[in-house]
Ligand binder design. Sequence first.
Ligand code: IMP
Ligand code: MG
Length: 183
Amino acid sequence: MNYGRDIERILISEAEIAKRVAELGEQISRDYAGRDIMLIAVLKGAYMFTADLIRKIEGDVSVDFISIRSYNGTTTSGEVHLLQDLKAPVYGKNILLVEDIIDSGITLSYLKNMLLARKPGSFKIACLLDKADRRQVPQVIDYAGFTIPNEFVVGYGMDYNEKYRNLPDICVLAPSEYQGDKA
Ligand code: IMP
Ligand code: MG
């Protein structure tokens, strides 16, 4: 795919993503062997990662979706809003929460508290990208795809103001695209 000047560079290519997602799927299949998994995809950012990951997991897997909002443009608001809750109950299930990026960790701690209160049988976290240097709330991530630097990324389901989700690679957005944003 040809990218315009709004994309600074490709950070992780489509092929690298596919390889790593397959590895995560194999690891998850081994760890849960014989046990049902309920994947919970955090919308919208994690939908593409979830769609690829689920096809690399062997065994009985169900999927449900939760929709939250914490970002305005490129900055976290620090406040998490639940836009749409799960359809299925979590009680007693082996939950694997699937996130696109863990940045400050604020969104994850909100989701974790909410879901643990519903008493799942087990609870683990998979995230594609980890901005480890940015953490404000420490988090244990069971399955992490890539650790990335503190740059704003788009593509492979991730957006900037709802654009760029369709890019097949994970790309660094040119800072000129969001210079008007408050830091
Ligand atoms: P946190 O609450 O600061 O950990 O923010 C996590 C959420 O912010 C992620 O699930 C993403 O949806 C979003 N996010 C953080 N960094 C980026 C980025 O570089 N690009 C797109 N979305 C991001
Ligand atoms: Mg997200």
